[in-house]
Design a binder for this molecule. Structure first.
Ligand code: NI
Length: 137
């Protein structure tokens, strides 16, 4: 584990009051944790923009009664097998399925997968959660 370094931060008292209220609503117990999370969040966004190796998840909701769609989604996932590390399928109810796709790879490829899934006719909702591999940040 890297050694901890202390540094001072100057900011307007009004902004600090708003930040502290925000921390309380988010259940933070100290400012350092909150600032660390903000920094990581920003650096992860940068990794996604800079084509660094990233990790993340895609969540999709679809109606499994559309058989051609189930096959199409399977084909897409095989096409992107290089970045897909795991898939979990959950039968939400009689009609709807939820799939969680875990990814590790290039952000451009991840976005291409998201776009391809979104374009598949019958897919109801797709979300992408951008994260990091945890190695650098
Ligand atoms: Ni299902």
């Amino acid at each position: 584990m890297a050694k901890l370094v202390r540094f001072g931060v100057s900011l307007e008292s009004d902004l600090l009051a708003i930040f502290d209220a925000h921390l309380r609503s988010k259940k933070y117990t100290n400012r350092s944790e909150a600032i660390r999370d903000l920094i990581r969040e920003d650096l992860i966004k940068k990794q996604w923009k800079e084509d660094k190796e990233i990790a993340g998840t895609i969540t999709i909701i679809y109606d499994h009664h559309r058989r051609e769609l189930v096959n199409k989604l399977m084909d897409i996932q095989h096409d992107f097998g290089k970045i897909i590390i795991s898939t979990q399928h959950i039968h939400l109810d009689h009609h709807n399925c939820l799939e969680i796709i875990a990814l590790r790879g290039r952000p451009g490829t991840a976005q291409e997968l998201v776009d391809t899934l979104q374009a598949a006719k019958g897919v109801k909702h797709v979300t992408l959660s951008m994260s990091s591999t945890g190695r650098d940040i």
